[in-house]
Design a protein around this ligand. Sequence first.
Ligand SMILES: CC(C)(COP(=O)(O)OP(=O)(O)OC[C@H]1O[C@@H](n2cnc3c(N)ncnc32)[C@H](O)[C@@H]1OP(=O)(O)O)[C@@H](O)C(=O)NCCC(=O)NCCS
Length: 143
Amino acid sequence: MTGHDTPLVRCGTAADVSEVLALWRRAEASASPTESAADLLGLLARDGEALLVAAAEGEIVGSLIAGWDGWRGTFYRLAVDPAHRRRGLATALVQAGEERLLALGARRLNAIVESEEPDAMAFWAAAGYQLQAARSRFVRNVP
Ligand SMILES: CC(C)(COP(=O)(O)OP(=O)(O)OC[C@H]1O[C@@H](n2cnc3c(N)ncnc32)[C@H](O)[C@@H]1OP(=O)(O)O)[C@@H](O)C(=O)NCCC(=O)NCCS
């Protein structure tokens, strides 16, 4: 996407980290234990193309992490600024993430989505992803 008002989807860099964290607060994305600036810088050091951002008029208004571990592609932290929703921005971010992951060899893509977030559940269903009701996610936070 290009143009003056049209958001541009690109890879995020270290210079974007504080704006991405601010976007997550604006978007009211639920907090996770791994979302400090150091965590995002660590992600970029490991994989400089894993963070995708949508920028409009110099401001970051959307984000998506598209991670590839050699086995599956996984999406995290899809968030769009409340003032920019329902304009296809999350769709554009996911399309860019899918292109990246498929080019890396992924054949199965996961999205970790909060079941209590109706916007997110509706978005991923509309994007063509199937809810896997027969699986649960077990998590352990390591101090
Ligand atoms: C979920 C979220 C990322 C969607 O972003 P968006 O840019 O508004 O999504 P899009 O415009 O690309 O929506 C594409 C389609 O998804 C569906 N959709 C998106 N938001 C929806 C909503 N709130 N209710 C119902 N359907 C929705 C619609 O089918 C929509 O197409 P339409 O607008 O033509 O009807 C955004 O609402 C958000 O940031 N929410 C808060 C954070 C969050 O829950 N993140 C997800 C974590 S996985």
